[in-house]
Write a protein that binds this ligand. Structure first.
Ligand code: 13P
Ligand code: SF4
Length: 374
């Protein structure tokens, strides 16, 4: 059973002066900062390096943000990673300020895990269609309909939705957590991404009811056009993020989180890859695999809506100027109401303990028993 789809209304990209419809995120509706020229870019980077030192701050960037924000994070002792590792790194780092380049839920998760730290984001309006499409009051009603189910929530949600969850997961640990819960005989309530939920259900055989949200980036990948691209590149391997539709996942050689896509590209013995995830990922893929070719999976075709063109418009709101500004002024600080944060922390801590045990080869069964509806 699925909960009714909540339709979030997005503006379409603006038509260019010649009347053509542009597929560039820069022309879309999000407040994407202008690209600085070379001199301004160097000056902004120098200012950020200085401010990071002066403010006892460290950068935590997602793979989808601008390459400048990824490279600068690594160069200054910060991190570029998937959402799970961003959370862990932010929690464990000694710096008093974390500058999170990504989207709102990533900043909130950092604040929930480190309430004593100052969390800054280059643009606090950078959100996520999954978060927008799962309002807390509606989600609470959904949960109330299924009191016998363990509530498993994707990281791409508000602090208020997390506070209602038994478990938090990211795409890198969702299968492992749900498998462990299913082995205990637990039934699952899943939210909010319908494609990731369906993928988890197919892979684990879990008894699941699901919310029906979608990521505007991954929902746009097209199976038919991907098949045509595969025919044109028969040796290419296909890497897909599980927020993509089932017919796209069915064409994948590897399915997984952003970090799983990265390791698959490094591991697989192929020289060409078609990548069905946000195009921000291509920067790291190309840097770490200089001899390999990466091609963007198609989002266009007959049913194209040009909502995202394979680049998250909210991730694109993060820029060097915004980052320098918030470091300088202290604006752009993420706040989470402390009592809400304490409640939302429980499912996040469970996820971090579960994944740490898995990584260390330790048993996890005792970590999933007696929680939620079990
Ligand atoms: P990861 O958890 O794989 O980094 O994904 C986050 C995200 O927003 C994907 O669209
Ligand atoms: Fe959300 Fe999709 Fe953007 Fe990720 S890529 S932040 S899931 S809208």
């Amino acid at each position: 059973m699925s909960f009714p789809v909540i339709d979030v209304d997005y503006e379409q990209p603006l038509a260019a002066a010649d009347g053509s419809q542009s597929c560039d995120t820069r022309h879309a509706w999000a407040r994407v900062p202008p690209e600085p020229g070379p001199a301004e870019r160097d000056a902004l980077k120098a200012r950020i390096r200085r401010l990071l030192r002066e403010r006892d701050a460290v950068m935590v960037s997602h793979y989808y943000v601008h390459p400048d924000l990824q490279d600068l994070a690594e160069e200054t002792g910060g991190l570029v990673s998937d959402s799970l590792e961003m959370a862990r790194f932010g929690r464990d780092h000694a710096a008093r300020t974390l500058v999170v380049s990504g989207v709102r839920f990533m900043g909130e998760t950092a604040k929930i895990l480190s309430p004593e730290k100052r969390i800054l984001m280059p643009d606090l309006d950078a959100t996520c269609s999954l978060d927008l499409g799962c309002p807390e009051e509606d989600f609470a009603r959904f949960c109330a309909l299924h009191p016998d189910r363990t509530v498993v929530v994707y990281a791409n949600t508000s602090a208020a939705v997390k506070a209602r969850a038994d478990w938090l997961v990211t795409s890198s640990c969702a299968l492992d957590v749900v498998r462990a819960l299913t082995a205990q005989g637990q039934k699952i309530l899943w939210a909010p991404d319908r494609h990731l939920g369906d993928y988890i259900r197919r892979e684990t055989g879990a008894d699941m009811v699901s919310w029906s949200g979608a990521c505007i980036v991954h929902d746009e990948f097209k199976a038919l056009e991907l098949e045509l691209l595969k025919q044109a590149h028969p040796a290419a391997r296909v890497l897909v993020h599980p927020e993509a539709p089932a017919d796209v996942i069915a064409l994948a050689d590897a399915v997984g989180s952003t970090s799983a896509i990265l390791s698959a590209a490094q591991r697989m013995d192929a020289s060409e890859f078609i990548v069905a995830t946000d195009s921000g990922m291509l920067h790291k893929l190309r840097t770490l695999n200089p001899g390999k070719t990466f091609i963007e999976a198609p989002t266009a075709g007959n049913s194209a809506t040009c909502k995202s063109c394979a680049h998250c418009p909210w991730m694109a709101m993060n820029g060097l100027a915004g980052l320098a500004h918030v470091l300088e002024t202290g604006q752009g600080e993420v706040h989470v109401e402390p009592a809400l944060g304490r409640r939302a922390r429980l499912p996040i801590d469970r996820m971090l303990a579960f994944t740490a045990a898995l990584r260390g080869g330790r048993p996890v069964d005792h970590l999933v028993a007696g929680i939620g509806a079990a």
